[in-house]
Design a protein around this ligand. Structure first.
Ligand SMILES: [Zn+2]
Ligand SMILES: [Zn+2]
Length: 194
């Protein structure tokens, strides 16, 4: 009799634990993009820039430029400009929301090359002094322009929304894990453009 009760109790504990495990799965939804605030994005961008400048020996200091986040900039992922002797990198919040941190990191690396050009060459473009650093910082001349077609087309099979990537990033490797930012459909497809 005692053993029966013990067995029953064990079954109950097991059932509760199973339920807890199920809850865990629904909480940690892998398709959800991390949602941060613009000020959190700014501090991530500051830290990341410092890390890139140091690990790649980019001949600038993080004191030489400032970074800000624009909630309204949608035509570019990012930009770098020089105004009154101040070099400023601006990052697009909507682009971060739509395409995630990995894309923003590439944009930052791209803009850091422009910052280096302004600081050490006086002006910035996508010419030879840009290309000198392009491979080292693993970026492309297109990284800040969402309109330019990339090597990879990411497509939603539900609403046919298209996005482009120039490099083989996470979404290119595992499109089935990503959610369409337009209709919410989970599972995208990738085409390689020639
Ligand atoms: Zn550029
Ligand atoms: Zn869609």
């Amino acid at each position: 009799m005692h053993n029966d009760k013990q067995a029953e109790y064990n079954r109950m504990v097991q059932a509760i634990n199973n339920e807890k495990d199920n809850e865990k799965e629904t909480v940690s939804n892998p398709y959800e993009l991390e949602s941060k605030s613009p000020s959190q994005l700014l501090s991530m961008a500051d830290d990341y820039s410092e890390e890139i400048v140091e690990t790649h020996d980019l001949p600038i200091s993080t004191d030489d430029f400032t970074i800000d986040i624009s909630k309204r900039m949608t035509k570019s992922r990012g930009l770098c400009r020089k105004q009154n002797d101040e070099v400023q990198i601006r990052l697009s919040w909507p682009d971060y929301e739509n395409n995630g941190w990995e894309q923003t990191q590439e944009t930052i690396r791209h803009e850091l090359i422009h910052a280096h050009q302004y600081i050490n060459h006086g002006e910035a473009d996508h010419g030879p002094t840009f290309k000198e650093w392009m491979d080292e910082l693993d970026t492309s001349v297109y990284a800040d322009d969402p309109a330019s077609k990339g090597k990879y087309t990411i497509r939603c099979p539900n609403c046919y929304n298209e996005n482009y990537r120039h490099r083989e990033c996470k979404v290119v490797r595992q499109p089935e894990n990503y959610k369409c930012t337009v209709c919410g459909h989970i599972g995208l497809t990738v085409d390689i453009n020639e």
